[in-house]
Ligand binder design. Sequence first.
Ligand code: ADP
Ligand code: MG
Length: 318
Amino acid sequence: MNERTVIALGGNAISPAGTAGTAEEQTTNLHRAMAQVAELVAEGHTQLVLTHGNGPQVGNVLIKNELAKDVVPPVPLDWCVAQTQATIGFTVANTLSYELRRLGVERPVVPVVSRVLVSRRDPGFETPSKPIGPYLTDAEEVARRRAAGQALVEIPDRGWRRVVPSPKPLASVDRPAIELLLSDGAIVIANGGGGIPVVDDGDGPLHGIEAVIDKDLAGALLAQELGARTFAILTDVPGVAVGYGTDAERWLEEVHIGELRGYEAAGEFAAGSMGPKVAAICNFVEGSGGRGMIASLEDALEALHGTVGTRVSRDGGP
Ligand code: ADP
Ligand code: MG
């Protein structure tokens, strides 16, 4: 099997809400998922790219910045994203290398510190929309953060969360390096946390800009740029539901893109969580004709075999 596959790992699935999110916890969660990804590789998936979210992790880096601002200079948000690419990239590479070796598979796993181009004029800079960091339940803290100029949104039943600008990803800057690594047999980790957002002002170097790109949209873009056959988003729920959280909740299995777009238009998918996943999968499937899926990180292998989760197709109905 020489097909390219792009797998997006959810930041919340790596560091679930309600857990402390220690390095040990995140590493344990990744071991479980990477054991399944390693099996997939052992089955013959030769060209594999992993990307990952960083919502909880980048929020924590920002909190450290805030708390330490009188001791060490705070760094911009694009640097925070780069930091999460390094720590999550390291952990994914380390856990996957181990799980591959256990199966007797020798393959280099290479995390790429990767940039994604955005536009300075993107409307996302006017209206912050990307939730990051912990869920906040203390009303006083919410008020204090608002007074300090932060944007926060209320997420039903879970609390408040800080939101930051999330411009649309336009191009994966490091795609040539990713192609090179793939063609030489490496498993590549790229565009983590949506990629480090950069703008091209035409004055020489690219410039980092303060934002967090949605990792599902950046993953779908990369999957299309690489001509991937499969794009899988692995998260902390079993797939896509209509009537999510209501008595009429129904989990979608095989679904045609037109049907999914219909539910999207009817407002079934929350902004900042399932909304961008559905948009990303639809972009990918529409643009490439490939296979798109959304499933639980816990079911990674079965999901990639197409037996669980929500599977989205373009041609022919379900
Ligand atoms: P990740 O870190 O994987 O990107 P998110 O929290 O951004 O995770 O998105 C997954 C969350 O989307 C789920 O935990 C669930 O609460 C939420 N969600 C919102 N609408 C839906 C829906 N219609 N179907 C399934 N999950 C939904
Ligand atoms: Mg998300």
